[in-house]
Design a protein around this ligand. Structure first.
Ligand SMILES: [Zn+2]
Ligand SMILES: [Zn+2]
Length: 421
């Protein structure tokens, strides 16, 4: 394994107290100087290690607390209300989950409740506690594990994706019936925007630095020639620490995660099995005066095109049809690369993995649209909207692809080049 102290690029200012880290993408061990502005990239895979411009832990703490404050009313208050011909219907987040549950879609209801309610509350509570402990000098043994869980929940907490579903649901209804956005809807918009601002202003590397580095790992002299890296907090540890817990974040440390390729491959196979089901079966079933019509993903996109709602059609096509397939194909490319011990296009493969890991969650937007939309169209014999068999398949597809990229140890891609070196 390489130890480099020169290739971090670019280094705009200050090079005081460099910290040794292991790149989470390629496992290269390198010294990272402390900077005041600009950004640092890995000397091997060019993945961004730290961005300072526009980042502040105090701003991130303020945004995180603001998100937390808005999430509570967003979960409890009115999202949307429609009224036409004397009929009034309201949509709350919990009513969407309750309608799914009452129609027997238990898995989908539970997954939506976790992704839209439980995980965001948990993530922003943990992040606020961690940043407040740093701000007020109360860092303790709990801070590292709490921040690791907070980072882990980042992709699974989806107020921003729910906002996209909310906008699609609103845009589908607004041309046909008067729609009123309730207090919960405005709070949801605020919480989702603050979620994005928290991400944009939060400097993870600085947070780990402020949480502290245990004395056992502080210097290169104490490490042997083949050190380990913690994939969660990037701490560099001696080779004999394999199988033990990271002293900073308490994650169990392996040189490469055991069974990573097999587990991720099994999930991708499940993804390929779910993809045609999610596309062939209806996502929603509309009952109008006793007549049922099913709408698949493709037919929903075509209906939006016919209604001249091109931007919405593009968003749904990209998030629900394009992204899951791109993700499955991209992961297969990475698996093949590891199996064939390929040393070609390694930087492109790392970038592909980062993109795959980040964008997969947006495929949930169409499910969230139905959660917003369904409680508004429950008029008994007159008109109802229910989920079709395609919806849980799409939701399961999103979950298995997210789990697959989460379980895959991306450092494996760089191993053939490292062995050659
Ligand atoms: Zn790297
Ligand atoms: Zn760690």
């Amino acid at each position: 394994m390489l130890i480099s102290d020169a290739a971090l690029a670019p280094t705009p200012s200050l090079s005081v107290a460099p910290v040794m880290i292991a790149c989470p993408d390629c496992a290269t061990v390198q010294f990272m100087p402390e900077i005041k502005r600009g950004h640092l990239s890995c000397c091997t895979c060019h993945a961004p290690l730290q961005r300072k411009t526009g980042r502040s832990l105090d701003a991130a703490l303020a945004c995180s607390l603001g998100t937390l404050a808005l999430l509570l009313p967003a979960n409890l208050c009115l999202l949307l209300r429609v009224s036409k011909a004397g009929l009034v219907a309201s949509s709350y987040l919990f009513s969407g989950v309750a309608v799914l549950w009452s129609h027997g879609w238990v898995f989908t209801a539970a997954a939506v409740a976790m992704q839209a309610v439980v995980f965001p509350l948990l993530r922003f509570s943990l992040l606020s506690a961690v940043l407040a402990s740093i701000r007020f000098g109360r860092v303790g043994p709990w801070t590292g594990p709490a921040f690791r869980w907070c980072c882990h929940l980042d992709l699974w907490a989806m107020p921003d994706v729910f906002l996209l579903g909310f906008i699609i649901g609103y845009s589908r209804l607004a041309p046909f019936v008067p729609v009123e956005i309730g207090a919960g809807g405005w709070c949801l918009i605020g919480a989702a925007l603050l979620t994005m601002l928290t991400r944009a202003s939060h400097d993870r590397r600085e947070t780990w630095r402020r949480i502290g580095q245990p004395a056992t790992t502080a210097s290169a002299e104490r490490l042997d020639a083949d050190p380990l890296g913690c994939p969660a907090c990037d701490l560099v540890l001696p080779a004999d620490a394999e199988g033990s817990r990271c002293p900073r974040c308490r994650l169990r440390i392996w040189r490469r995660r055991p069974g990573s390729l097999t587990n991720a491959f099994a999930l991708v196979i499940a993804g390929f099995a779910l993809y045609p089901i999610a596309n062939a079966y209806p996502l929603s079933v509309i009952t109008l005066a006793g007549a049922q019509t099913g709408h698949t993903l493709y037919s929903s996109v075509m209906r939006l095109v016919e209604a001249n709602l091109w931007p919405l059609a593009c968003v749904i096509f990209t998030t629900s049809i394009g992204i899951p397939l791109a993700k499955l194909v991209g992961l297969c490319w990475l698996f093949l690369s590891v199996r064939m011990k390929s040393r070609r296009h390694l930087v492109a493969k790392t970038r592909t993995f980062r993109l795959i890991d980040e964008i997969g969650r947006w495929s949930n937007a169409d499910i969230f649209t139905l959660v917003v939309y369904m409680p508004l169209v429950q008029f008994g014999q007159l008109a109802t909207v229910n989920l079709g068999q395609g919806a849980p398949a799409l939701q399961a597809l999103v979950i298995v692809t997210m789990l697959a990229s989460g379980l895959f140890d991306q450092r494996l891609v760089w191993d053939p080049a490292r062995r050659l070196a």
